[in-house]
Ligand binder design. Structure first.
Ligand SMILES: Nc1nc2c(ncn2[C@@H]2O[C@H](COP(=O)(O)OP(=O)(O)OP(=O)(O)O)[C@@H](O)[C@H]2O)c(=O)[nH]1
Ligand SMILES: [Mg+2]
Length: 285
């Protein structure tokens, strides 16, 4: 995606970091969620500084919206870098089973240690962390399931200190850590805006749509052609494509085709997943 100047000020970075470091102290395992469509762009390297000794699982959420071939490349990429990693659709799969599987080496090591020092088996204290909109609350609800939901229903319980027992192996801190985003470079800001993790006002819609069109033209041309009934987009510039979309969807501004409305429509359809599974970031080999 093209590099542009982005005026972006996350603000409250240090406040968020302070709150998260407080929580991080009381957990043993962190599940960091990133959007499978741009996993690297969703990471905040500051987390490593915040929790240097913690065990870690990277969860690529919204797998159903990402390009499966690219998701596989990402799983290989993180795996090679020694990060236990898994992808999933948090709205469909029962994640506690997946957690059991990916965390099994960690559980085994903990049990071994407990046995060695003659300690009773304790569940692992887990915390969910990630930048806005990646699926933290969805994952907590998914993990809670029906059986444990009642635990959370006690009136007057301070959410900030609530633990939910998931199984003999896991207890979940019922508060997600909302990580601030990086100061992103242009391409990263565009990805984050398209994923809905960053406020939309930060980037003008038409600029965003041009970036998306440029990327789709290069990586997913058939998706564009099929969705909007455009015969051949080879060599077609983004402005003309927007006009084509406006024509096909009858998007008018007075008597004229509206490129602005076409830009909004394109981005909305992308966000709603109507264009099909698309990844916005591909790992460098
Ligand atoms: N298709 C799909 N949608 C998902 C998945 N996980 C979460 N979502 C959707 O993504 C949106 C954001 O999910 P949340 O769980 O609210 O994200 P969050 O990280 O808690 O967001 P904040 O509280 O704003 O930081 C919601 O519309 C969810 O339904 C997934 O795996 N697949
Ligand atoms: Mg949330």
């Amino acid at each position: 995606m093209s590099q542009q100047n982005v005026h972006y000020f996350p603000g409250h970075m240090s406040k968020a970091i302070k709150i998260i470091s407080g929580f991080v102290k009381s957990v043993e395992l962190i599940v960091e969620i990133v959007d499978a469509r741009a996993p690297l762009s969703c990471r905040n390297p500051m987390l490593t500084t915040l929790a240097p000794q913690k065990a870690w699982i990277l969860l690529l959420s919204k797998e159903d919206m990402a390009d499966p071939a690219v998701t596989k490349q990402w799983l290989d990429y993180f795996g090679k870098n020694g990060v236990p990693c898994v992808s999933g659709n948090l709205k469909k799969e029962k994640f506690v089973n997946i957690l059991n599987r990916v965390a099994s080496p960690f559980i085994a090591a903990k049990r071994e240690k407990e046995k060695r020092i003659g300690m009773k088996k304790q569940p692992v204290r887990v915390m969910i962390i990630g930048i806005p909109n990646v699926g933290k609350s969805t994952l907590i609800n998914n993990l809670r399931g029906k059986k444990v939901a009642a635990v959370g229903n006690k009136a007057g319980v301070t959410r900030a200190e609530q633990w939910i027992k998931l199984s003999d192996d896991f207890t979940l801190l019922d508060t997600p850590g909302v990580l601030p985003m990086n100061y992103p470079d242009g391409a990263q800001a565009i990805r984050l805006a398209l994923l809905g993790t960053m406020r939309e006002e930060v980037l003008p819609t038409e600029e965003l749509s041009y970036a998306l069109l440029g990327y789709l033209k290069e990586n997913y041309p058939s998706i564009l052609m099929n969705r909007f009934g455009i015969e051949d987009i080879t060599g077609m510039d983004s402005q003309i494509i927007l006009q084509e979309i406006a024509k096909k969807r009858l998007l008018l501004e007075g008597p004229n085709l509206s490129e602005t409305k076409a830009a909004y429509l394109l981005i909305k359809e992308f966000k709603d997943g109507l264009l099909g599974p698309i990844s916005l970031e591909i790992p460098n080999a």
